[in-house]
Design a protein around this ligand. Structure first.
Ligand code: KE4
Length: 427
């Protein structure tokens, strides 16, 4: 049955005059899956409602942040309370100290940290710090990994760029891009060899410790050893946990796999849906950051009262006993259900998952890197996405993204989703 999107389409027509493709982030335009995007009116728990009154179980969760589900009453109350005392002061507040202490409890590797307003800012600042602290300009990233839209990272990136098949972005000077070296994800031998050859001039290696921006791919043990070894050449290891933080486990991928980064980037869940990013790590490194040291970074709204209120309330609720066990169990039950339904429908899928993030790839091969992901049937994913949407399930509008489960996804939501999956997979 097709969706009634009358009001969404009217809004899209107006939006397209003012915003490129009518959206404020490319993936939201649904260009890679087809069809027009519903305009969302509200979210409640695991559910979204669009402006035409259609309801969906949400697996995008704002691309990760809504780990508690939408509009959690205690988070809403914390933001309301903070707003009544002023939106932003541009001056230090007690909440920034409290949330920094809370962050450290989740991520002990954050000996010191700095708050910014997005994951892009966190990764951009971490890279500048690595370059400033080592005096080296060149760094390594992995094909299909996305670290936000700062110029240096838009080289063989994932997420929206993967979706559009654009290996690089226009507007990035070649003189800058040449300092970005890329390797296939999970290429342990390639990383060892690159570091042996170029390690003396490498400032850092930045990696999604579990990928989400080419779909979910897990790091091999050999790859994790090679990542750890980059320090032998004086390079820093930066774990971009913007997506994996609080997702792969309570303490992110670094806790799950026992990795020790020099710097970590966080955002999404950390701000509970408000603009908040974090970069931090070894105190000796963070002391290079202005005004203590020569690496400049600043922000009008960094650590602002509303984002820190939402973040603090979120972190406190994540400390509820058994929260992560429950959301991880719901994720596993859903993924097993999807695999069973696909088998019955005779459709080849792989469903890599860890913690409360997963991807449905249409293909029979295991996805270990970007090339593997590109060999999946993304046309089929598009049809699958549309069928799910029509059945009241809201999936990411790209096969190169991760799906997320929240603490509000209960048995009813999982059952609703599997019913929609059965329809979509048989179609
Ligand atoms: P933001 O600047 O979008 O807050 O964070 C950038 C970023 C950095 N690192 C990782 C691992 C990320 O996943 C992201 C942002 N993720 C995308 C979704 N894949 C955001 C969605 C979008 O761009 O609209």
């Amino acid at each position: 049955m097709s969706l009634t999107l009358t009001k969404s389409r009217a809004l899209l027509a107006r939006a397209e005059h003012l915003l490129p493709a009518g959206v404020n982030s490319p993936v939201r335009a649904f260009r890679s899956v087809g069809g027009d995007p519903p305009f969302i009116a509200s979210g409640q728990g695991a559910w979204l409602q669009d402006v035409d009154g259609n309801r969906y179980v949400d697996y995008v969760l704002s691309w990760g942040p809504a780990l508690l589900g939408h509009a959690h009453p205690e988070v809403v109350e914390a933001v309301r309370d903070a707003a009544g005392r002023g939106m932003s002061f541009g001056a230090p507040t007690g909440a920034e100290v409290e949330i920094a202490e809370a962050m450290q409890r989740f991520f002990p590797s954050l000996e010191m940290m700095r708050f910014v307003s997005s994951g892009t800012e966190a990764c951009m600042a971490a890279l500048r710090l690595a370059r400033g602290a080592t005096g080296r300009d060149t760094f390594v990233k992995f094909e299909g990994c996305y670290h936000g839209h700062a110029d240096s990272f838009l080289v063989k990136a994932g997420s929206g760029l993967a979706t559009f098949g654009i290996p690089d972005s226009a507007g990035v000077p070649a003189e800058l891009a040449k300092h970005t070296l890329t390797l296939p994800y999970n290429d342990a031998a390639g990383l060892h060899a690159l570091m042996a050859r170029e390690g003396h001039r490498i400032a850092a290696v930045i990696v999604e410790p579990v990928t989400g921006n080419m779909g979910v791919a897990l790091p091999s043990a050999e790859f994790r050893v090679a990542l750890d070894a980059v320090r032998q050449h004086g390079a820093l290891l930066i774990l971009d946990e913007v997506m994996t933080g609080f997702r792969v486990s309570r303490g992110g991928a670094q806790q799950y796999y026992g990795m020790t980064p020099d710097l970590t980037c966080l955002a999404k869940v950390a701000g509970g849906g408000l603009p908040l990013g974090v970069y931090g790590g070894r105190a000796e490194l963070m002391r290079h950051v202005a005004p203590l040291g020569p690496v400049y970074q600043a922000g009008t709204l960094s650590g602002n009262p509303l984002a820190t209120a939402a973040g603090l309330a979120t972190l406190r609720l994540l400390d509820a006993p058994g929260f992560f066990d429950r959301v991880d169990a719901a994720t596993e039950a859903l993924c097993v259900g999807i695999e069973d339904l696909a088998r019955k429908a005779g459709v080849q899928v792989t469903v890599p998952r860890v913690g409360s993030m997963f991807t449905v790839f249409f293909g029979e091969h295991t996805v270990t890197n970007f090339e593997d992901a590109k060999r999946c049937d993304m046309g089929r994913f598009g049809r699958f996405h549309r069928a799910l949407l029509e059945a009241g399930v809201y999936f990411p509008a790209s096969g190169y993204e991760a799906c997320f489960v929240s603490g509000a996804h209960g048995p009813a939501e999982i059952e609703h989703t599997l019913k929609a999956m059965e329809v979509a997979l048989t179609r």
